[in-house]
Design a protein around this ligand. Structure first.
Ligand code: ATP
Ligand code: MG
Length: 308
């Protein structure tokens, strides 16, 4: 099965021919069924830690006067993988960055609406945005290890900021636990003191995931974490995501329809009515439904590759 997945194209079939698009959809449905079957055994052994749920209510996001995302309400379930999909510029990254208050780091950017993380509104006055970003970690499109830091220092970078008094041995323990959690320990345990930038792209991305989980977040946001990776490294990250969802709430932005179908439980489709208009959430649902019988034609056209 893994071999078949390696050969899949990066994006959905872009044919405008309905039959070809339906065939592409059937392929996805088959892939989904296989994935579900393969996951059955794996899921049974997992011990889930209760992570946190997001309730996004009437969120509008702006860059200065530009209205980038309009009226989004959605629930992001704990211990599940939620994929955000949609064409370029529809606001996926903007939406993702509003979930850990990174959006407001852009000068002039603003947020209206409410983002509840369990029973806490992360935008309430007195809530510390630095603590929000610890609870809601982020992994970016391009792996971005700190180039002058060693592998171990990269993993511990967030700890140093958050827990200044941490002892050396505690730090070593967190580094090992995080690298094991990111499925990277065996590959780097003999080079912990070497520069993080000396790792391969896929290893660097897992290093960034180790860095994100070292500070014990509740949620992991991932913005196209595999777009710079080859198919083997991509599958390694997807396996890792599947493993991590037992402990975290995961939100992943992806342009790769097969990846959304394989790796997520829920899918949220964003779209733009027209250029210059704000992006909006068209619909959200269980991934299998979104890819096989979505509620809206707009979604069907996108997931079957008729536009986007
Ligand atoms: N820093 C910024 N300042 C002004 N406008 C921005 C900024 N970042 C994004 N935008 C605009 O906000 C809209 C949404 O952008 P965003 O990056 O969220 O889209 P996206 O769905 O992630 O696209 P892609 O798939 O290409 O990554 C776009 O019109 C974009 O040009
Ligand atoms: Mg983006």
């Amino acid at each position: 099965m893994e071999d078949e997945r390696d050969e899949m194209p990066e994006t959905a079939d872009t044919s405008t021919d309905a039959t070809a698009a339906e065939t592409a959809n059937d392929g996805l449905a088959t892939d989904l069924a296989r994935t579900a079957e393969a996951n059955k055994g794996r899921g049974a052994q997992k011990v889930e830690r209760k992570a946190k749920r997001f309730e996004v209510k009437d969120v509008n996001l702006y860059y200065g006067k530009f209205h980038a995302v309009e009226d989004v309400s959605m629930t992001i379930e704990p211990n599940r993988v939620t994929a955000l999909i949609g064409s370029s510029g529809c606001g996926k990254t903007t939406m993702l960055r509003s979930l850990n208050r990174m959006h407001e780091l852009t000068p002039g950017a603003s947020v209206k609406g409410q983002v509840m993380l369990d029973d806490e509104d992360i935008y309430r006055a007195n809530v510390d945005p630095v603590e929000v970003r610890r609870l809601v970690g982020m992994v970016f499109q391009q792996p971005n290890p700190f180039p002058t830091m060693s592998v171990a220092e990269n993993v511990a970078a967030g700890l140093t900021l958050n827990q200044r008094g941490i002892s050396k041995s505690d730090k070593a323990e967190v580094v090992e636990r995080s690298l094991r959690g990111a499925h990277l320990w065996d590959e780097v345990k003999d080079r912990l003191d070497r520069p993080g930038s000396g790792l391969s792209g896929g290893q660097q991305q897992r290093l960034c995931i180790a860095r994100a989980i070292a500070v014990e977040p509740e949620v992991l946001l991932m913005d196209e974490p595999c777009s710079a990776l080859d198919p083997i490294a991509t599958l390694a990250i997807e396996d890792l995501i599947e493993d991590l969802k037992g402990r975290y709430t995961i939100v992943i932005v992806t342009h790769n329809m097969q990846q959304a179908a394989r790796a997520s439980d829920s899918t949220a489709f964003f779209n733009l009515e027209a250029t210059g208009k704000p992006g909006r959430l068209v619909e959200m649902g269980p991934t299998q439904e979104m890819f096989t019988k979505p509620g809206k034609k707009e979604t069907e056209d996108y997931v079957s590759g008729r536009f986007g």
